[in-house]
Design a binder for this molecule. Structure first.
Ligand SMILES: [Cu+2]
Length: 197
């Protein structure tokens, strides 16, 4: 295992409050995060752009170890959905998901308050940051996937119009696990947040 795998994993597990101390404000983006965590040395402009917006470093440095036997164990924190703007049925959300004991691949998401949930990433297109759908993300044992505003995130379509700040909603995550026929699922209870929260 390369040393960087351990070194970089640590900051990703910090509670979101710790990032705030590093200069992030939810309203103005997260460019100062980079200073707190250090930049991987070799990085494509695309990955760098994504990094500047979110601490989602999962693919940047992966240990070459094999997953131990047994079922991977998933846990989560900070699950949220932004209350949709009045008259719109699209919104975004995020979560932090950690996996122990095996590798998984996030392949699908659903929610009881939306008809469709997509996994999105941010990418630089013609000098502008744009979001686009991705198939999912691979998580190695020990990784934490962080989905948040400004970086990799969840996108909800056909959102229940009555959804308001303070509500809770369910989000279900589906993971492919090698050697397992049915997907592994994670049921998360998400807080509905208003703008500025
Ligand atoms: Cu999006």
């Amino acid at each position: 295992m390369r040393p960087c795998a351990r070194a970089r994993r640590k900051p990703m597990r910090l509670p979101s409050r710790s990032w705030t101390r590093c200069g992030r404000s939810s309203a103005s983006g997260s460019h100062k995060l980079v200073r707190c965590m250090g930049l991987p040395k070799r990085m494509s402009p695309m990955r760098l752009a994504a990094l500047l917006l979110a601490p989602a470093l999962l693919a940047a440095c992966q240990p070459a170890s094999t997953a131990p036997d047994g079922e991977p164990v998933l846990s989560y924190s900070d699950a949220f959905i932004m209350a949709p703007i009045a008259g719109r049925d699209i919104t975004m959300g995020g979560i932090e998901i950690s996996v122990e004991g095996g590798d998984v691949r996030l392949t699908g998401v659903s929610s009881d308050v939306a008809t469709t949930v997509e996994t999105h990433t941010m990418a630089m297109v013609d000098d502008r940051m744009q979001m686009r759908p991705v198939d999912g993300w691979d998580l190695k044992a020990g990784d934490t996937l962080k989905l948040d505003r400004g970086g990799d995130h969840l996108m909800f379509f056909g959102v229940d119009e009555a959804l308001a700040a303070g509500d809770t909603a369910n989000i279900t995550f589906y993971f492919d696990v090698e050697g397992r026929e049915e997907p592994l699922t994670l049921e998360a209870e998400a807080e509905v947040r208003g703008m500025g929260e």
